[in-house]
Unconditional design. Structure first.
Length: 366
């Protein structure tokens, strides 16, 4: 794998201070990533819709350290303060410190600056919506803005590629949170230009039925997940169905690529739901086994199936590694589906809370 392309090879310019703000989205996988090898390489290719309203906004202020503050290569550490929604957050620091450790080889300039990171999410904190994808992609974009400033030769294409590569080292799914509306991560013969190292925009023309696709996120369980995705991914080692799952996911990605181009929405509904249930089936059949769905997750799924049948609708659901339900539907059904959610599904959500989102186009510099 050619990771060399992401090393910094040229002489870097000296700047004293810089500040960059990026808004980067969350994403929802249609074909799921579950199971990885080191360093954060997925066992199968995945594809996701980039979201629009669920995002993180992060500013990083960089200030160059004085020569006296720079220490030798052997005991240097990355120097940063972290504020989340205006408050210093010591408890979030270890995860970000680990991210910096993983990317330092590719961003050696992080040792030269003191960084102040200010971050906020558009979605409620601990709503059960994973913030690692949007959070880490935002930091990756800020690092790439600095890199561009001190190494002006970088193309926009390379910046996105390397940002996705860096974000992936923090959280696999974060590699799919730089661009939109559909991103593939993982090398796959049916997707030209795909890579295990970074996400790429789905490279083929997508049928208009999938334009502006809607995602209502029903917050069944607001709170920390009982089993982190890191533990879940690790349980795919020695999992009895792992190899067939990885094969199936790659087959499903080939099917999904065709569905998206042809606008075959009935097959889309079937494949998306099957992927969601297979993800959770992997959790049910790992050892130790675990269940992230809640009774209300199942109530919602059954109601969606009933509604689809009765109204000849194309509504479907997908799930993340949690109890919340993403309800996906074409824009043409928006009015009816939102009424249905309001009258029949919101009662299964904590505090009747759900978030209306649509497919989005990726990271934005503010
Ligand atoms: O990126 P991670 O390590 O949080 O894993 C994400 C895994 C799923 O959200 C369950 C699936 C996916 O492809 O996004």
């Amino acid at each position: 794998m050619n990771t060399d392309q992401f090393l910094v090879k040229s002489e870097l310019k000296h700047i004293d201070t810089a500040s960059f703000t990026w808004q980067t989205p969350s994403n929802i996988a249609l074909v799921k990533y579950w199971g990885k090898s080191n360093p954060q390489i997925s066992k199968n290719a995945s594809i996701s819709f980039t979201l629009n309203n669920c995002h993180t906004i992060t500013t990083i202020d960089f200030s160059k350290k004085q020569n006296s503050e720079l220490v030798s290569e052997f005991n240097r550490t990355v120097d940063f303060d972290l504020f989340f929604e205006g408050k210093q957050k010591e408890e979030f620091k270890p995860k970000i410190a680990e991210f910096f450790r993983r990317v330092e080889e590719y961003c050696p300039y992080i040792f030269d600056y003191k960084m102040t990171i200010n971050s906020e999410n558009s979605f409620p904190h601990s709503s059960g919506i994973a913030s690692s994808a949007s959070g880490l992609s935002a930091i990756a974009m800020c690092l790439m803005s600095l890199e561009k400033e001190i190494n002006a030769d970088l193309s926009a294409d390379f910046i996105n590629k390397k940002a996705s590569f860096l974000a992936r080292l923090g959280s696999g799914s974060a590699s799919r949170s730089i661009e939109g509306p559909l991103v593939v991560w993982g090398k796959h013969p049916a997707i030209e230009g795909s890579s295990d190292l970074f996400g790429i925009q789905f490279p083929y023309k997508v049928h208009s039925v999938f334009e502006n696709y809607q995602d209502a996120i029903l917050l069944v369980d607001e709170g920390e997940k009982q089993v982190s995705s890191t533990i879940g991914h690790n349980l795919m080692h020695n999992h009895p169905f792992a190899e067939s799952r990885f094969l199936q996911a790659n087959e499903n990605l080939a099917k999904m690529a065709k569905i998206l181009q042809e606008g075959d929405i009935k097959s889309f509904v079937n494949l998306v739901e099957s992927e969601a249930l297979t993800l959770h089936a992997m959790m049910l059949t790992s050892n130790p086994y675990f269940i992230l769905m809640k009774p209300n997750t199942l109530e919602i799924i059954n109601k969606i199936w009933e509604y689809r049948q009765e109204n000849n609708s194309n509504i479907c659901f997908t799930l993340d590694a949690g109890a919340n339900v993403h309800v996906l539907f074409p824009e043409s059904e928006k009015l009816n589906v939102l009424q249905f959610i309001d009258s029949q599904l919101s009662k299964f959500c904590q505090k009747n809370h759900y978030i209306c989102d649509t497919v989005g186009f990726g990271a934005k510099k503010l």
